[in-house]
Design a protein around this ligand. Structure first.
Ligand code: J2J
Length: 556
């Protein structure tokens, strides 16, 4: 394997996906033009920029994307540039991504929760030439963060800030609104639909996030099928509750699925039940997607709410395991159909179908989108198990997959790709699953070193590295421990250097101040004199974490 931007599908496989109509040879830019021509006057996006309410039609979104493409071109953004994007749920998220698509530049989707360490890493790894962000969001100064990222990363030449009047730093940055006022005279770049359209961030299990290159062809296939499987129609309204840069609200079926159906996307500025229920009532929302802890909170709040939620037809729950008990509460509490979704930014997405029997909807995480999603359930004890090391039917094992919208390699990560994929191109998802006779998949655990904190993914090694950067820390181990609300939360064990006495609060603050997403700051920190296992090399670190997890005592 080499350090390619994009590990291509073998030519004969790609040809087959084209012949089968999965890959249609359309770029995202051309897709939006087609949608705008089909539904010019339908509402595409509803949301707020600061305190300003916005409601854009498909034609309006298309026009804004054209103008912004011209403005960004004027700023020097060119085909093939990678542009780091950190925007919350604002309508401009869509005008920016489509402007970049039209320029042939590639958005790199950071989440609003990401901080300096993650942004620097991702900007460096992608060689980003610009950062596009918001002035401030949730009382955090994103303008200043983008500036600091640009100062630290040599390739970043421009910072563009959307001024929402929220008080963050806009000095020295180009204003997004000004760029969006440009004459739409820029000719869209002629891109190959088989090329990388954008880069998603992976949750990661080994240190800092990896970048996931998705092509126009492969992603649009998953979007079209997701819209169909989730029953989207032109009169549907999708409520984006989670940050739209994430794969789930972007495409499962998400705002892209809604666009495909000619339906409206309503962007919730915050995920709490009060904010969301008001939007559901006002906009007659029909469908949304939630992580399990949010679904539980909404189900609870619905009983006390006076809002009219009767428009809601489907609630998708995924990102982390939604067990049968919670699953059985959601439909009755919210007056809608539950659809479980098990997806990953690397590709594969499974849904329970709207006409599946309740038994499957409550107890499984669905079946794959495509008849050509190849699924292998292999020996979970061998991290290098080949795709033919399958366990007997009905047994649990490690899930491998390849197919028409699952990547064949991470972006510029040859070495990592050698272990993250099999020799024949299957992605090792790291999930422990069981597959039933109907092809539905039940997620029963995981084999990867990753903590799933209510849908937010934490790599233990990344957090351990932050803790070990503290001068008082000799060693640290981070594991996920069961949590009633989040499914799992993070717990760190820390061995101090001789003579030093670090405390939990000091270390948590230290990790925060290093600039990481808040969901990665350990929930619990325990100071211990030593670890049960010594000589912590790469493999024994895994054993150490297991030993600590098994020995979990009272929390501190
Ligand atoms: C158990 N684990 C799940 C589920 C994801 C739709 C929905 C979710 C994601 C997502 C996504 C799970 N039950 N229902 O991209 O399009 C865990 C698995 C998986 C990892 C992927 C989408 N749904 N997971 O969560 O890239 O461990 O994507 O491998 O963030 O989340 O995480 P991510």
């Amino acid at each position: 394997m080499t350090d390619l931007d994009h590990v291509p599908w073998p030519p004969e496989v790609a040809a087959r996906y084209r012949t089968l109509g999965y890959w249609r040879g359309q770029t995202f830019g051309a897709w939006l033009s087609e949608l705008a021509a089909t539904h010019p006057e339908r509402t595409a996006v509803v949301g707020r920029t600061g305190t300003v309410a916005q409601r854009w039609t498909f034609a309006g979104l298309d026009d804004r994307a054209h103008r912004l493409a011209a403005g960004l071109h004027g700023l020097g953004i060119r085909p093939g540039d990678n542009v780091l994007l950190q925007l919350p749920n604002v309508p401009e998220f869509l005008s920016v991504v489509f402007a970049l698509f039209r320029l042939g530049a590639r958005p790199v989707f950071a989440l609003p929760a990401h901080r300096g360490t993650e942004l620097r890493h991702v900007a460096e790894w992608s060689g980003a030439t610009a950062v596009i962000t918001v002035d401030a969001h949730a009382r955090f100064d994103h303008g200043a963060l983008a500036r600091a990222t640009a100062d630290a990363v040599r390739t970043v030449r421009e910072v563009v800030v959307l001024d929402t009047g929220s008080g963050g730093t806009t000095d020295g940055a180009a204003g997004l609104a000004e760029l969006a006022a440009a004459d739409p005279d820029h000719e869209p770049a002629d891109r190959d639909p088989g090329e990388v359209a954008f880069l998603q961030l992976s949750g990661g299990s080994t240190g800092l996030p990896k970048l996931i290159p998705r092509t126009h062809d492969d992603y649009l296939y998953s979007v079209r099928e997701s819209a169909r499987i989730c029953g989207l129609r032109p009169d549907s309204a999708y409520l984006a509750v989670l940050p739209v840069a994430h794969n789930f609200p972007l495409s499962s079926p998400g705002v892209f699925g809604a666009l495909h159906a000619g339906a409206a996307s309503v962007l919730a500025p915050a995920p709490d039940a009060a904010t969301a229920f008001e939007l559901i009532e006002q906009e007659r929302v029909t469908i949304t997607g939630l992580v399990p802890p949010l679904a539980a909170a909404w189900a609870e709040a619905a009983g006390r709410s006076t809002r009219d939620l009767s428009s809601l037809e489907v609630v998708l729950v995924g990102g982390a395991k939604c067990g049968p008990e919670l699953a059985s509460r959601i439909g009755p509490a919210l007056g809608c159909r539950l659809q479980q979704v098990f997806g990953m930014a690397e590709g594969l997405v499974c849904y329970t179908r709207l006409d599946d029997p309740d038994e499957l909807v409550l107890t499984t995480q669905g079946r794959p989108i495509s008849a050509d999603d190849e699924i292998r359930v292999v020996n979970p004890d061998d991290p290098a198990a080949p795709s033919d090391a399958q366990v007997p039917p009905g047994r649990s094992g490690a899930l491998l997959t390849r197919g028409p919208y699952t990547i064949r390699g991470y972006f510029r990560a040859g070495e990592h790709n050698a272990t993250a994929f099999t020799a024949d191109g299957f992605y090792r998802t790291g999930d422990l699953v069981r597959r039933g006779p109907t092809g539905h998949i039940e997620v029963v655990g995981r084999v990867k070193e990753q903590i799933n904190r209510g849908g937010e993914k934490v790599a233990p090694a990344e957090v351990e590295d932050h803790l070990m950067a503290h001068p008082d820390v000799l060693d640290a181990a981070v594991v996920g421990v069961p949590d009633e609300y989040l499914g799992e939360r993070t717990r760190a064990w820390v061995v101090p250097r001789p003579g030093a006495a670090p405390t939990g609060p000091v270390l948590r603050r230290f990790v925060r101040e290093r600039g990481v997403a808040a969901f990665k700051i350990p929930d619990l920190v325990e100071i211990v004199p030593g670890f049960p296992v010594t000589g912590v090399g790469k493999t024994s670190r895994r054993e150490l974490r297991e030993a600590l997890r098994d020995a979990t005592g009272p929390s501190s």
